[in-house]
Design a protein around this ligand. Structure first.
Ligand code: XMP
Length: 543
């Protein structure tokens, strides 16, 4: 998704990935222990990896098409097979060679992965008489190393229509439910474990404990994946790589590019130049906040160039009402501005990007791709800047890890926990033509909304929230006067992956305070709506 988002913003960036070398930093040289997740098309592949990392164990996701020789070469401390939508006994279903289970490396199969393990090793998997879906009571065998510290009866998340009818030779049942005789099985001697339910989802109450038991106790990982160590290693690696050369980064003020800027600055200081384009479509005070952190008076050593391009953008956007047209103009103008600044700097050796791990995973899985790591065309590499190599210091991190790195580096919390914000900014939160006056209205309304959400303690629990300016004007009365003003729409959604979303349940009192403050404090607004639409059928943004 994030790839799509970026692609949408850099709508006319030409992808020129062949011929460039991408530098994947973040400990490539460090000989770290890792667990790998082999993905069979399950919806929770990233979640599994994140949960493993929460146990302080580094984890990467690979497609089931990844060659066994590559896995041997990686020498992981453990292997986890994910769920997936197929039936393992059907022809053409994703599978893996039996040799995977003979490497002497502990393997944990989850749902489809559990069934596949049994099937490949000679057990029987078939359609279950009773499908299980949702929270289910599971009775576990506490003496199993997988369930150390887990209550004998525990709630787990089931989602399966096939089940293990006969286990492969050497396996014992270590958990069952009323309808599923093999909810978990183990071959302790060979360190092979199969779980029919999903320990990675939060509905499985003791799921984290089970994954911890697997990666830390069964695989024997020490738990050395910590963000302070990542920061130190990555800084060393950047220094080694960059030497005395120059690095250029387009800083948007978003979390990823800000944390990338912080890391690069700590590593190479003034050899880094960050270009921050203020297109006049940022949230209230956002431009100044970014400058206060990364500018001359901030706490990072780097060359900071702020381009105040507001007028230029407003002019280009005059009379433009079509959303895609707006996106295109904003994207093109960004490139023009960035290009002009890059030309002034001259040849740079490295162009830095804030690519993060979900971008890599989402661009690399499926299709014929065998190994995620070979996919370097993430985000679209600009070919309008004269550079030799791409450097991506956050490429192996999940978003929550990027945030931790940001805090380690001393980037302020308000920036590190910043709301997701679209590249075209307020341009797509103002329905219809964008004008300086409308930008001002939406900035003010949005600032009030964010302030009240924070006051109510909801700012970290809602996925994304913002105010937008509808193109609707209606009659109202203020004091004794008739008004004919705009309506502001408040949006707040909860979402896992931004592909679907539900409107957030904000207490009515909070909405009332926001409404009353916006009407009283923002000139030009006489109505406030709360958008209840989920996605689909709506989208998160209004345009
Ligand atoms: P939609 O509106 O498509 O939004 O439901 C999903 C997520 O994507 C963000 N978004 C964008 N981000 N450029 C971006 O960088 C865009 O053109 C764009 N459109 C939507 C949106 O904020 C939400 O997080």
């Amino acid at each position: 998704m994030i790839v799509l988002i970026r692609a949408a913003f850099f709508v006319i960036l030409r992808v020129a990935f062949l011929g460039y070398i991408i530098i994947i930093l973040g400990g490539e040289k460090v000989n770290r222990e890792k667990v790998i997740v082999i993905d069979f098309g399950g919806q929770y592949n990233q979640l599994v990896a994140r949960r493993v990392r929460e146990c302080n164990v580094y984890c990467e996701i690979y497609s089931y098409k990844t060659d066994l020789s590559l896995i041997k070469e990686m020498n992981p401390k453990g292997i986890i097979l994910t769920g997936g939508p197929n039936s393992c006994y059907e022809t053409g279903a994703p599978t893996y060679t039996k040799e995977l289970f003979e490497l002497g490396i502990p393997v944990l199969g989850l749902c489809y992965g559990a069934q596949l393990m049994m099937f490949v090793l000679g057990g029987k998997v078939t359609k279950a008489a009773v499908q299980e879906y949702g929270k289910t009571e599971v009775k576990v065998e506490p003496s199993s190393p997988l369930f150390t510290g887990v209550a004998p009866t525990t709630i787990c998340w089931m989602s399966h229509s096939d089940y293990i009818l006969e286990m492969a030779l050497g396996f014992d049942v270590v958990a069952h439910t009323a309808d599923c005789p093999v909810a978990a099985a183990q071959n302790k001697e060979k360190n092979l474990y199969a779980i029919q339910f999903h320990p990675e989802v939060l509905h499985t109450q003791e799921g984290s404990k089970m994954l911890f038991n697997f990666v830390r106790n069964i695989c024997g990982c020490e738990g050395s994946w910590k963000m302070d160590a990542f920061v130190e290693n990555t800084i060393d690696e950047i220094r080694d790589k960059v030497g005395d050369k120059k690095v250029l980064l387009a800083l948007s003020g978003g979390v990823d590019s800000s944390v990338a800027a912080g890391l690069l600055s700590r590593a190479v200081g003034k050899q880094l130049t960050c270009v921050f384009v203020d297109h006049g479509l940022l949230r209230k005070n956002e431009g100044d906040e970014v400058e206060s952190v990364f500018g001359a008076n901030g706490s990072f050593e780097l060359n900071f160039i702020r381009v105040n391009a507001q007028e230029r953008y407003y002019k280009k956007l005059e009379s433009v009402v079509e959303p895609e047209q707006k996106r295109k103009i904003i994207g093109e103008e960004f490139i023009r501005v960035f290009e002009e600044e890059a030309k002034k700097i001259g040849v740079v050796d490295f162009l830095a990007q804030g690519t993060i791990y979900p971008d890599v995973v989402e661009s690399g899985l499926g299709g014929e791709s065998a190994v995620i790591k070979s996919h370097h065309n993430v985000g679209g590499l600009p070919d309008f800047v004269d550079f030799k190599e791409i450097i991506e210091p956050l490429r192996i991190l999940f978003k929550d890890e990027v945030r931790k790195v940001g805090l380690e580096l001393g980037i302020p919390e308000n920036l590190v926990y910043r709301q997701p914000f679209p590249g075209p900014g307020l341009g797509i939160r103002i329905i219809g033509e964008v004008t300086a006056e409308k930008v001002h209205i939406v900035q003010e309304a949005d600032a009030i909304y964010r302030e009240e959400i924070a006051k109510a303690g909801l700012d970290r629990s809602i996925g994304q929230y913002f105010a937008a300016l509808t193109n609707m004007r209606s009659v109202g009365v203020m004091g004794d006067e008739r008004t004919y003003d705009y309506a502001v729409a408040l949006r707040a959604v909860n979402t896992v992956d931004f592909m679907t979303a539900e409107s957030a349940d904000i207490p009515f009192e909070v909405l009332q305070i926001v409404m009353s403050r916006i009407i009283n404090e923002v000139r030009g607004v006489n109505r406030v709506f709360y958008d209840l639409t989920s996605k689909p059928p709506g989208t998160i943004e209004f345009e």
